[in-house]
Design a protein around this ligand. Structure first.
Ligand SMILES: [Zn+2]
Ligand SMILES: [Zn+2]
Length: 278
């Protein structure tokens, strides 16, 4: 059984390939479902002029309005073309939704949107975690802020599943910095309880398996904790930014879900979960 609930195309600033190229490959691989979830960073939605730019800023991508509009239009068109051949899910990866709740609500209310991944890629007043030098940071403080912001985002609930809970570890790992998450187990449990209470889910993001980090975001212990707290909705996504990475690590992600006690995984159509038995 193959599906991929987290993929980016050239409509993301850091992605490649058209939606059609991606669909052709998914059909070739015999996918049951595939979600296109291009980036839409809520706090970078408008052009740079709209925002106060810090002099030390390293991350300069703005105008995600264009990514959002192009991605939804291209995926919605492809849905018609591939009808009967592929369960194509018109999704979006909404970054920092709590930083502008009103805009987030408007973006996720578009009729074309099937699926919303809620992600936190940056802290207020900071660059994306991808641009932080972890050797110069108090990483425990950084992680505390990170999980506090994620908890706030989950309370607002402007998404269907929480994306890559431990995203920052991908980049810390590139700097050779190991972060012990034990001190954050309580807040992570609060995050899961909030997600569950709101009827949302989490994802197993398999991109870490093909990166230096070497594990999923989050790892088995946290998927198990989510399950033990009553979590039922879980999606699996490769976070592919190229067609070559489509579906990578998905079977490992599904096996991990099963080991944690899940008997089914979810994908979303029209913002509603559908389940496939493992
Ligand atoms: Zn992301
Ligand atoms: Zn992504």
């Amino acid at each position: 059984m193959l599906l991929d609930c987290h993929t980016h195309t050239a409509n993301s600033p850091d992605g490649q390939n058209t939606v059609a190229e991606r669909c052709e490959r998914a059909v070739e691989l015999g996918f049951k479902a595939m979600a296109i979830t291009d980036h839409c960073e809520v706090n970078r939605y408008y052009e740079a002029e709209h925002y106060e730019i810090r002099p030390d800023e390293k991350y300069h991508d703005y105008n995600f309005k264009v990514c959002y509009e192009n991605s939804l239009a291209e995926t919605a068109r492809a849905k018609e073309i591939y009808k009967g051949k592929l369960n194509l899910i018109c999704g979006i990866e909404l970054g920092q939704s709590a930083y502008d709740a009103e805009l987030s609500e408007k973006l996720i209310s578009d009729d074309r949107v099937d699926f919303v991944i809620g992600s936190l890629h940056e802290l207020p007043g900071r660059d994306d975690f991808a641009f932080i030098d972890y050797t110069k940071e108090d990483v425990n403080k950084l992680m505390e802020q990170n999980f506090t912001e994620i908890l706030n985002m989950c309370r607002l609930g402007k998404f269907d599943v929480l994306g890559h809970l431990t995203y920052a570890l991908r980049y810390a790992s590139n700097y050779g910095v190991k972060i012990d998450l034990k001190p954050f187990d309580d807040i992570i449990a609060d995050i899961f309880r909030t997600v569950i209470f709101n009827g949302n889910g989490i994802e197993i993001n398999t991109s870490g398996l093909r990166q230096k980090y070497g594990k999923t975001f989050p790892t088995y212990e946290y998927v198990k904790l989510y399950k033990d707290l009553g979590g039922e909705i879980i999606t699996v996504g490769s976070d592919a930014h190229t067609t070559a990475d489509l579906g990578k690590g998905i079977s490992d992600g599904i096996a991990l879900a099963e080991k944690a006690g899940f008997s089914r995984i979810a994908y979303f159509i029209n913002r509603k979960p559908h389940f496939i038995n493992i």
